[in-house]
Design a protein around this ligand. Structure first.
Ligand SMILES: NC(=O)c1ccc[n+]([C@@H]2O[C@H](COP(=O)([O-])OP(=O)(O)OC[C@H]3O[C@@H](n4cnc5c(N)ncnc54)[C@H](OP(=O)(O)O)[C@@H]3O)[C@@H](O)[C@H]2O)c1
Length: 310
């Protein structure tokens, strides 16, 4: 496993992290051995959120963290909402921030977070000066090392890091969602911002489990709908031979492509199983050649560069 600096924060993170969305929920139970295997393989970056799987994601991670010294792992968690009557409701009040911090510390069995992110932030987040100030004080008090946002769009991330001391951005970035290339990555480099790539395989489309010719009941065909699925399948066919060159799996290729950007700190494929942790962790040792990178930029007549496939 290779490691990178997380912007100018002094944090050192594994190139491959683990996304713990859904961990502890119905489809993702009993994955503690997979998380232990990730630790064995040198993964030190774990992304979670206080509301993932009704807090069971943090609880599961907390059980695993008990087996390891605190300096062995980097905790990235999020706050910003509460679940009431099965509905997520935003709450970014300073009072909720402090309550959420204390509750996440208890579940994760830690007394500080390396990275604290606002989950699904409102577009006017910078107008919430009291929240930004409170997060800044938490940094001074040693409760968190840095803070930031989890977002979809590069311009939102750019706006935030340009006007706040937060130095962490989790952003949707993959070969099929390239918006961060349109300016944000350059700003992140200049300002020393750590960049976490969420949904790095475009929610599983950029993997060998995607079926370009799906059977009628195919799960992704249902969730994407026939038109979106067909658009993605056409592009998938074009990039698949390049991503899998040299014996890489498709997921490894998708991650290696992201790691070709020096501004990227870590990528967080969603946790599924021990075998898939082994597969994705190995991507750190299978970088892409300059020719492969150029071929991916040229695929589909260059239409993927900077664009979102939808
Ligand atoms: N803050 C936010 O708003 C937000 C939003 C989205 C994601 N995230 C973070 O990003 C993480 C990852 O995002 P994601 O799960 O949406 O997308 P992803 O990592 O791009 O895709 C994960 C899916 O890919 C498939 N897959 C195939 N091979 C795999 C392999 N070797 N390793 C892992 N998955 C493989 C699995 O689906 P099948 O089993 O169906 O094949 C899996 O569920 C989340 O866990 C979360 O931490 C945050």
């Amino acid at each position: 496993m290779k490691y990178r600096q997380f912007g100018n924060t002094g944090l050192r993170v594994s190139e491959i992290g683990v996304g713990c969305g859904g961990l502890g929920g119905e489809r993702k139970m009993g994955l503690e051995p997979a998380l232990e295997r990730a630790m064995d393989l040198g993964v030190n970056f774990f992304d979670t959120c206080d509301t993932y799987a009704e807090s069971r994601s943090e609880q599961t991670l907390g059980r695993v963290f008990l087996n390891h010294p605190r300096d062995r792992f980097v905790v990235c968690t999020k706050f910003g909402g509460v679940i009431e009557n099965d509905e997520w409701r935003r709450d970014i009040s300073v009072r909720h921030l402090h309550e959420a911090f204390a509750a996440s510390c208890r579940r994760l069995n830690v007394d500080y977070f390396d990275i604290y992110l606002v989950h699904t932030p409102p577009r006017d987040i910078l107008a919430h000066g009291d929240l930004i100030e409170a997060l800044g004080r938490m940094v001074e008090q040693g409760k968190i090392r840095t803070f930031g946002l989890s977002v979809e769009q590069g311009d939102f991330a750019t706006e935030f890091v340009s006007a706040s001391p937060g130095r962490a951005i989790e952003i949707a970035f993959s070969l099929f969602a390239q918006d961060p290339r349109n300016g944000f990555l350059e700003v992140a480099r200049k300002l020393g911002v750590g960049v976490i790539c969420k949904s790095p395989m475009r929610n599983g489309v950029l993997t060998d489990s995607f079926r370009p010719d799906p059977a009628p009941g195919d799960r992704r065909l249902k969730s994407l709908g026939p038109e979106r699925h067909a658009r993605m399948a056409a592009l998938w066919r074009q990039v698949q031979p390049i991503l899998t060159a040299g014996g890489r799996t498709m997921a490894q290729g998708a991650l290696a492509w992201l790691l070709s950007f020096p501004q990227v700190s870590t990528v967080i494929p969603g946790v599924v199983s021990l075998e898939r942790i082994e597969e994705t962790a190995a991507a750190s040792d299978r970088p892409m050649s300059a020719d492969e990178l150029a071929a991916l930029d040229a695929a589909a007549g260059g239409a993927l560069v900077g664009a979102r496939v939808d």
